[in-house]
Design a protein around this ligand. Structure first.
Ligand code: ADP
Ligand code: MG
Length: 404
């Protein structure tokens, strides 16, 4: 079954619609430093305003511990949201208290309010269902219906994501609908050839994704910190590189499953090996099956895929029709070790079909390297949520909106 759409909520003119967004943006000294998530929420908000709704936006920010904490106030977000909408945003200094009551009461058709951080209330993330339901009931007083559009939190059973969607007539916003559509194409009906590129720090974070996607892909390219566990599983030495000894058997299992299924697991043939973990560390390119020591004689650390590998990965990506990429190819935060990540990102922009970037650090990496979201088929706004979707897990925040 598909997600319920905003149309299913009927005529919204003059109605109060609560919109659960993910406005969890980075802040520095009270200003928003990356407004990507605020921008991503605009299409749904504008669509509701266009229908004459009174729009009440709710979100979390950071991880306050169930009580008000000035550092995590959404006030700077209200300011930025107002600039982007080109309209005032009424901000309430509590989430379900007197300020929220007044703010919601004062809203006219076509106006927007933002309530203070949901996580200032212990009920939002409580493990106890009745506590979440009680908080959701307090929120529900402010709405005639609810639109869920915070894709980054749909894997969480939290009051504003799950119980609130049960308490009011609810539907998915266009951000969630778009994300779900793309991720569904990556799992159910990819156009071939289909390539998945995985990197990042730990193979243990990505085991579920490998297991679920291995039967579905044509080739799996492995870079980042996890490549060393694969190399070691094949019997190669990896120096002082990131290694998860306890995953060696699992990785061997994937390698043999891939052979049985005729899926190509493509491992690096060369690696950039540094003498230590630092931006200015000296480094050399070494064959992946013969990583020795750093230039200074110390045990070497692999911090990026090598240039031959980057070229090969780029060719395989650019010639695919569907590509999902999660996890930087190297320690991209250090410019000397960002070349592999850049090469894959560049190739992804050339994919003729659907090229998707998923994962929080991966999205940050492509932005830091100067790419724009429009350069790719899709950049997922949900790190954990998109990975759990691709692991084949049931996401409570989608199921409650009718997704099966
Ligand atoms: P995402 O958030 O996109 O899922 P991850 O959190 O798995 O990605 O991984 C991102 C991190 O992986 C980055 O901070 C990057 O520095 C690190 N990383 C990539 N390659 C290596 C490597 N060879 N050694 C150590 N860390 C690495
Ligand atoms: Mg990460």
């Amino acid at each position: 079954m598909a997600l319920r759409t905003i149309e299913s909520l009927g005529d919204l003119a003059g109605k109060r619609v609560i919109v659960r967004c993910d406005l969890n943006v980075p802040l520095s000294e009270g200003t928003v430093t990356d407004d990507g998530r605020i921008r991503a929420s605009l299409p749904t908000l504008n669509a509701l305003l266009h229908r004459g709704a009174k729009v009440i936006v709710i979100s979390h920010l950071g991880r306050p511990e169930g009580a008000p904490d000035e550092r995590y106030s959404l006030a700077p977000v209200a300011q930025r949201l107002s600039e982007l909408l080109g309209a005032p945003v009424a901000f309430s200094s509590d989430t379900v208290g007197p300020s929220a009551d007044d703010t919601v009461d004062g809203l006219e058709s076509g106006q927007v309010a933002l309530l203070e951080n949901l996580r200032f209330n212990p009920g939002e993330t409580s493990k106890v269902e009745s506590e979440r339901a009680a908080f959701a009931a307090q929120l529900a007083r402010y709405g005639d219906s609810m639109v869920s559009d915070g894709f980054g939190v749909v894997h969480r059973k939290q009051a504003s994501v799950y119980e609130l969607a049960q308490a009011l007539p609810s539907a998915a916003g266009s951000l969630i609908a778009g994300e779900t559509d793309v991720l569904d194409r990556l799992t159910e009906s990819p156009e071939r050839p289909y390539t998945v590129v995985l990197g990042g720090s730990k193979v243990s974070d990505k085991l579920g994704v490998i297991a679920h996607l291995l039967p579905r892909v044509d080739r799996l390219l492995i870079g980042g910190g996890m490549l060393f566990t694969f190399l070691k599983a094949q019997g190669h030495e990896v120096g002082a590189s990131l290694l998860e000894e306890d995953q060696l058997d699992t990785v061997r299992g994937y390698l043999s499953e891939a052979t049985e299924r005729g899926v190509e697991i493509v491992l690096p043939t060369d690696v950039v090996v540094a003498e230590r973990f630092a931006a200015d560390a000296s480094w050399s390119v070494q064959p992946a099956d013969a990583i020795e020591s750093g230039p200074a004689g110390a045990s070497g650390l692999g911090l990026d895929i090598g240039p031959d590998t980057a070229r090969r990965f780029a060719e395989l990506v650019a010639s695919s029709t569907t590509v999902f990429w999660n996890g930087p190819m190297g320690v991209f935060e250090f410019p000397a070790f960002a070349h592999g990540t850049r090469a894959v990102a560049e190739a992804l922009t050339q994919v003729a079909g659907l090229g998707v970037v998923g994962g929080g650090d991966s999205a940050a990496a492509v932005r830091a390297l100067g790419f724009g979201d429009v350069d790719f088929g899709h950049v997922s706004t949900g790190g954990g949520a998109s990975l759990e979707f691709l692991e084949g897990k049931k996401l409570p925040g989608l199921e409650v909106l009718g997704w099966q």
